[in-house]
Design a protein around this ligand. Sequence first.
Ligand code: AHR
Length: 631
Amino acid sequence: VAITVHPDFSKTKKISNLLFGAFFEDINYAADGGLYAELIQNRDFEYDPADKEGKDAGWNNKKAWSTSGDGIGFTIDSLAPIHPNNKHYAVLSISKPGASLINGGFDGIALKAGAKYKVSLFARILTGGKGTITVRLTDGRGTVYGAAVINALTTSWQKSDAVITVNESISNARLEIIPMINGVLALDMISLFPQQTFKGRTNGMRADLAQTIAELHPRFIRFPGGCVAHGDGIGNIYHWKNTIGPLESRKPQRNLWGYHQSMGLGYYEYFQFCEDIGAAPLPVVAAGVPCQNSGKHGHPLGGQQCGIPLSDMNDYIQEILDLVEWANGAATTKWGKLRAAAGHPEPFSLKYIGIGNEDLISEVFKERFRMIYNAVKKKYPEITVIGTVGPFFEGSDYSEGWKFATQLKVPMVDEHYYVPPGWFIYNQDFYDKYDRAKSKVYVGEYAAHLPGRPSNLETALAEAVHLTALERNGDVVHMSSYAPLLAKEGHTQWRPDLIYFNNTEIKPTTDYYVQQLFGQNAGDEYIPGNIVCSDNDPRVKNRIALSIVKDSATNDVVIKLVNLLPVRVTASLDLDSFKVATSAVTKIILAGRPDAGELKPDRTQGLSLKDIEKIILSPYSFTVLRISGKR
Ligand code: AHR
């Protein structure tokens, strides 16, 4: 197959500079045990039987904790806790100093030789005299990898910390707390953090995982979900106020994906992470209704939608308005003061809020959405509200959601679709047909799914085809994010995902590299390009996709070519019309067997225009040509 590519610079159009972002949901252990760098599981003794689905789960306040040695009693109490949101704590009765309370982390604690770890805890002597607590990192078989001593035990709650330097790497250590007292001791918020978090932030993110997300160069990050945002019942709606402030005052919650959210990774941390990687924050709040997809998450509503009682809606709306004040208000405002107290006196510059997550467009939803939307628009007209046009199931469409959004003139709406690769191949004109006068689009969740099979080069290339169509439609599609982003091995509730990981390794998928290539090679001007193909069969033509963008900051022009055919394609580029005099071209190729799951792109720098006049697109490949704008 041979193609000729003719760009048409006379028809250049402005496109969104926020097109490629990231969707973060606390699904698949993405937060606790994942991106959040805390190494202790159930540090606050707040795990609850309701957190874990299945009657055999046996989760309770002691989850992940055990004792070792003689003369130690371990119970849970809730009398006079550190904070009412953090009701439970451990009570250790020590009759023989030397016995220990042990935590195995999330599938073990991974430690690196030479690295420093900060251990902290709240302690209170209930009976007996003062003493010290020895804290050790061990393999459970007698080898100690590092230790520290914590002093100053008093009869009221007191926080203490120490730094442990680890002498050897180990992937599955455990933390041992050894109170050197004879008496009864209360402990809570037992925490262990690597000192080296992403950007060195206190209460920060796991550095390697955060870096992998940063390398997507996302222009925005959506959080905290997905379904986590609206929960599987009114009582499970995510409330941002529960997730800020001192860690011991945050309110943990059952995660509807079948585990526990400590809220250690909360709104402050999300906003700070966005700032750290130059991404716009995009919080999504429930539209006053929880998830109605009973089939999907097995909640008892049976597909009916319920909502926050109308009598409580004013409070709920105020909570959303307060979020804007918390993010953007001066440090002297009621909520801005809390942001400043957390360490960020400057506003976070929040510009977007998502209201609703693929909700059924029922009367219950409409009534509540309208109330929230009008209130935000009135108080904060500068904020762009992103509505939802509902779920996209087989046989359904977005018509009801679009009708409602158009009526209300919602500036942007969120569309989701998880579909087979063929859908992306045969619906490249999906947005070409969208009415430019209506709401803009945020493709908030999408992925190519091969039922029962992991993602691979075929799904990645189908997504690349789709992303070229999004660039072409970057005047109406303003944002997009693949979903879900993260999945911890052994704790995955949803497949496929973009980045798999365990405690020591990060395993980006081939699809990740497609996202990365688009993120790192985005533009803000679209240059229409015409492909003349030697084969007119639509099954051939639809498997070759092109987009050309220009980045006005650098004047670089980027040509992206996808070949989803099992054969080579010879591509001749009409480069004369590019009118760029440069000898700096970078060529990046992602290619391989269609079923390959963890491919990485190859990069060749220092090419000239001459070198790319005629190129071969390998079977099943994605090629990015970045032509430097420097003369
Ligand atoms: O991305 C996984 C889930 O898919 C999201 O939580 C939800 O919005 C969608 O149904």
